[in-house]
Design a protein around this ligand. Structure first.
Ligand SMILES: [Ca+2]
Ligand SMILES: [Ca+2]
Ligand SMILES: [Ca+2]
Length: 363
């Protein structure tokens, strides 16, 4: 698709010069995880007792998808990760007194059961990201999102993760309400060949590369009816996640956590917060405000004032280009003002160089 061509239709180009340094009320920083290299092979059997896992730290415990404003999940969930030249490895541990799973058909809607979910956007551009869900029977659903649902993205269920291996271990009995269970654990090998088609970033990743990832666990309240587990009618599911989304919506990739690859020794490498995150956040703020404005008025806005945003809170210079059907907003990158971040009406965010930027301004 020609993502640039429509810019020729631009009828409104303007620049807003803010008077002060940026200070936008911050979104909470996404969490980060430093992923060490596996030094030994990992046997994908759902059991996390492989010696390889010993060098992988546990993540913090999952929280409610909306964040700290909501009660803490009643059962602990945590993950760990490793990588090597072949794959990304993911382990999850979920406390669970009532092991329950029903779905057996691949690519069915797995979150109708209790499940574990992975969301991955290697290049962090909010486009072409993937989702993997699995239940206690190790039934999987893998799908590709061309863009978030909010932007008209399509979910491609027929998409399959090449070479994916998953396993589940149950510490307890499945679908038996007569006893109390303890937990279930998940082990995933996600080969790089199953990621390559999503992105142009280096695969396998390099030392200190950062990708966007999040994890979610869907949990239903259960009754026991005639000796069987049954969902409590009318009760919505709980959504427990690693890095909080701030809303009941996993399809906000800009809020996912960071996966930082460590190619050095396992110890002593700290997570490095993304220096570009505040600029990227600022553009997402404009994106959300533009969406709201379009929903109310049918058009995108021509100024920050019309979006009810204070120019003083944004970096400078901000360029916005608006047409009847679209908008882009641009800000200089933190690292090099000659380079710019650009976000579009469909939340596609990417970096452009001085040459691209200049060409566009000459249109
Ligand atoms: Ca294992
Ligand atoms: Ca992407
Ligand atoms: Ca699939």
């Amino acid at each position: 698709m020609n993502r640039i061509g429509w810019l020729g239709l631009t009828f409104c180009i303007f620049t807003v010069v803010a008077l002060s340094q940026p200070h936008i009320p911050a979104w909470p920083d996404p969490l980060g995880y430093v992923c060490n290299r596996a030094e030994q092979p990992i046997h994908i059997d759902g059991k996390l007792d492989d010696p390889a896992w010993a060098i992988a730290p546990w993540s913090t415990a999952f929280v409610d998808i909306e964040g700290d404003a909501k009660p803490k999940p009643r059962w602990r969930t945590r993950v760990k990760m490793l990588w090597d030249d072949v794959a990304l490895y993911i382990a999850a541990e979920m406390e669970e007194p009532h092991l329950w799973a029903t779905l057996t058909e691949h690519d069915s809607v797995i979150f109708h059961d209790n499940d574990f979910e992975v969301f991955l956007d290697p290049d962090g551009d909010n486009q072409n990201y993937c989702e993997l869900e699995l239940n206690g029977k190790n039934t999987t659903w893998d799908l590709l999102l061309t863009k978030p649902y909010r932007d008209g993205g399509r979910a491609i269920n027929a998409w399959e993760i090449i070479g994916l291996r998953t396993a589940v271990h149950l510490d307890g009995t499945l679908n038996d309400p007569r006893d109390k269970d303890r937990s279930w654990t998940v082990e995933i090998a996600w080969p790089w060949k199953g990621v390559k088609e999503l992105t142009s970033v280096p695969i396998p990743p390099r030392h200190q590369d950062q990708w966007r990832i999040n994890f979610s666990r869907v949990e239903w309240d259960l009754d026991v009816v005639s000796g069987k587990y049954q969902k409590v009618k009318g009760k919505p599911e709980y959504n427990w996640v690693w890095s909080p989304q701030g809303a009941i919506d996993m399809h906000r990739p800009e809020r996912w956590g960071y996966l930082q690859f460590n190619g050095a020794k396992p110890d002593g490498v700290a997570f490095r917060p993304d220096p570009e995150r505040h600029v990227r956040d600022a553009l997402h703020r404009i994106y959300y405000a533009q969406r709201e404005h379009k929903a109310k008025t049918g058009t995108f806005a021509g100024s920050l004032e019309a979006l009810k945003l204070s120019a003083a809170q944004f970096p400078k210079p901000l360029n916005m280009e608006v047409t009847r059907m679209s908008f882009t907003a641009e800000l200089p990158t933190h690292a090099d003002p000659a380079w710019r971040w650009v976000i579009s009406h469909d939340s596609w965010i990417r970096k452009i160089g001085p040459q691209d930027s200049g060409k566009k301004r000459n249109n």
